[in-house]
Every structure is written in C-alpha cells, then in structure tokens.
Ligand binder design. Structure first.
Ligand SMILES: Cc1cc2nc3c(=O)[nH]c(=O)nc-3n(C[C@H](O)[C@H](O)[C@H](O)COP(=O)(O)O)c2cc1C
Length: 325
C-alpha cells in the first residue's frame, strides 16, 4: 500500500534529522524537537538483535510520548531478519516508519552484511526491500550512497528497485563509500535522482548552513537531511529555516539552558534505564564541548571538563563556563 507519510512530512518541513549512532537517542531527539517538527531518524539498530528480542537492542525502540514523526532505522544483511525485526518492532513499540541502512561504511555494519556492503550486492538489497514490504504496511525509506566508488555509481539501479519493490522514499548520502565522510557531495547525482525517481528523494551530505541547504534543495530533492552539523548545533534546523547561520544563533546562556534540558532528559531516561547513567554523563560532556565551539577559552574548558569523572562536578564546570561567557 502506497503511503504519503514521507511526502507529507517533507511538505510540512523539508529538513530531516539524520540517523546518528551515539547521537540520535531519545534525550537528544527531545532537544531536537524544540527546534524542529520534521522527520527525525533514530540511531541504527541491528535486525538480528531486534528479531531475537535482545534486551539491549530493544531499548533502541524507546521513544518519548508525543515524539512524532520518528523513523526507526535498521541495519543488517539478511532479508528474513529484516522481516522478523519489523514484526517485532511493530508488536513492541509505536512505529511511524522504518528505514533501511544501506550506506554505512563502518566495520560492525559491514560485518553483518549491511550498510554499504548492500551497494555491492543488489540482488540481496532487492530481497531486503521486498522482505520489509512484505512484512509491514508501515511506510519505509532506504538510505543509500552514490555507490562504492565514483566510477561505478549504483544509485540509479537502486532507485528502480526501491520504486519497483514498494519502498516509500530514498535518502541519498551523495558521496561514495570510498569517500567515507569527506569528499565531494555529488549534487549532480541528487539532481538526476530527483528528476528520474517517482519517490520522494532526500539529499544528504555536507549541509551546515542556509547556503548549503539551498544548494542541495535546488537540485529538486524533496528533502534535505542534516547529520554532523546537528550534533554540534541541534538548533540548526530553526537557523536554516530562518536563513541564519547556526554559529551565533544561540547565546552562551541559551546553550547552557539547552545543556540543562538535555541533562534533565537524560536523567529521566536513565531513571528507566539505569545502566545508561554513566554513558549519558559522557554524552553530556561531549555535547557541552561541541556547544562551546567558537567561544573564548573553549580549549581550556574542554580540558577541565574531561579531567573529572564526577557527574556533579561535570555539571558545575559546564555551568560556570557557559554562565560566565
Ligand atoms: C557519529 C556518526 C554516526 C552515524 N550513524 C549513522 C547511523 O546510525 N545510520 C546511518 O544511516 N548513518 C549514520 N551516519 C551517517 C549520517 O547519517 C550521514 O549520512 C552522514 O554523516 C553525512 O551527512 P552530514 O555530511 O550532514 O554529516 C553517522 C555519521 C556519524 C558521523
């Protein structure tokens, strides 16, 4: 059954928050929501873990009340496991939509036969799309790259598979696997994909400002997904909407408020998942260092905040720094 979930979300807000392992967890997603009413993707989760109801994997299906629209991203290499994981997820959580990771170049994902390794095995990629379509009526997107290397682009074949086998949207990280996270973002590929594909195409790669957003949007894509820039500035979604640069969009006092909010959301989430408490302290520290970018004395703040393991002290150092900036 065709769904207009992605199209209608993108009509309301044409930006999307990328799936980011270690970043796109429920507390961070709640912070993003303060600046953004569009599509937010979860961290990737293993279809093997979900299909076996592994307790740690199942935590990736946590979501806050009222968190909408949210897309759960799966990685893996076996069609059967995708089908089972989709069923388990739907039976255990509120699901708006799914995404299949076909663009991740990291070892853990490649070893599982997922991510970029699917770009080299289009028959298996097709079987996975088919298996997901056969297992759910929920909308789903796939997230791909241009190809493994630029001399052998495969996105065109994948767009045909996605359309033919019933996917609802395609995200193209417009780089190759060989590019990893650097290299040229291929706007020409996005232009070609948007003109030839009947599904909404979401472009991704290197968007950090209103200018880079406009350049990507001018290719004709239905949406623009932001990755790394949002971890350093979750307010980027509102900044881009208003045509403003993200640097300087929030004052140090506003950044501190945001960090406190994030800390509060982490506490709430850790009350349900006590094992996360220490992890979240490290995460908060990381965000504080990112948010200090461009501020005076940011380097010495970074040293100080990383010198202690005590959660209370970490908070005090963060407060002192941002409040006195
Ligand atoms: C720390 C980190 C974690 C990521 N985790 C995922 C993930 O879980 N799933 C995925 O499809 N891509 C993941 N990506 C890739 C991003 O979603 C995005 O495609 C990539 O960073 C390019 O966008 P950008 O140039 O805006 O950062 C990750 C990237 C980084 C840097």
């Amino acid at each position: 059954m065709k769904s207009d979930f992605f199209r209608s979300c993108l009509l309301k807000n044409d930006l999307a928050a990328a799936p980011m392992a270690g970043i796109s967890h429920p507390p961070f997603r709640r912070v993003l929501r303060g600046y953004f009413d569009g599509l937010i993707y979860s961290e990737m989760m293993s279809v093997e873990g979900i299909s076996r109801r592994n307790a740690e994997s199942m935590e990736y299906l946590d979501r806050a009340d009222g968190e909408y629209p949210l897309v759960f991203q799966f990685f893996g290499g076996r069609p059967q496991s995708f089908a089972e994981a989709v069923r388990v997820a739907e039976g255990s959580a509120a699901v708006d939509a799914f995404d299949i990771n076909m663009g991740c170049p990291v070892k853990k994902v490649l070893k599982a036969g997922g991510g970029c390794s699917l770009l080299e095995d289009l028959p298996r990629l097709r079987e996975i799309v088919k298996a997901v379509r056969g297992a759910t009526e929920k909308p789903f997107s796939i997230k791909i790259r241009v190809g493994v290397v630029s001399s052998r682009p495969v996105y065109g074949d994948i767009l045909d598979i996605a359309e033919g086998e019933g996917a609802d949207a395609v995200i193209i990280h417009a780089r190759t696997k060989a590019d990893m996270f650097g290299g040229t973002v291929r706007l020409d590929v996005l232009e070609d994909a948007a003109s030839r594909c009947g599904l909404p195409v979401i472009g991704n790669g290197g968007v950090v400002s209103p200018e880079t957003y406009k350049a990507m949007k001018s290719t004709g894509v239905a949406g623009v997904m932001i990755g790394r820039a949002m971890m350093k500035a979750p307010w980027i979604f509102e900044a881009v909407r208003k045509g403003a640069e993200p640097d300087g969009f929030l004052s140090p006092a506003e950044r501190l408020e945001l960090l406190k909010k994030l800390g509060g959301y982490m506490d709430e989430h850790a009350a349900l998942r006590p094992k996360k408490r220490l992890h979240y302290m490290h995460v908060l520290r990381k965000f504080a260092v990112w948010f200090s970018k461009g501020m005076d004395e940011a380097a010495s703040f970074r040293t100080r905040v990383y010198m202690t393991q005590d959660g209370e002290k970490v908070l005090r150092i963060i407060e002192d720094f941002f409040a006195s900036a």
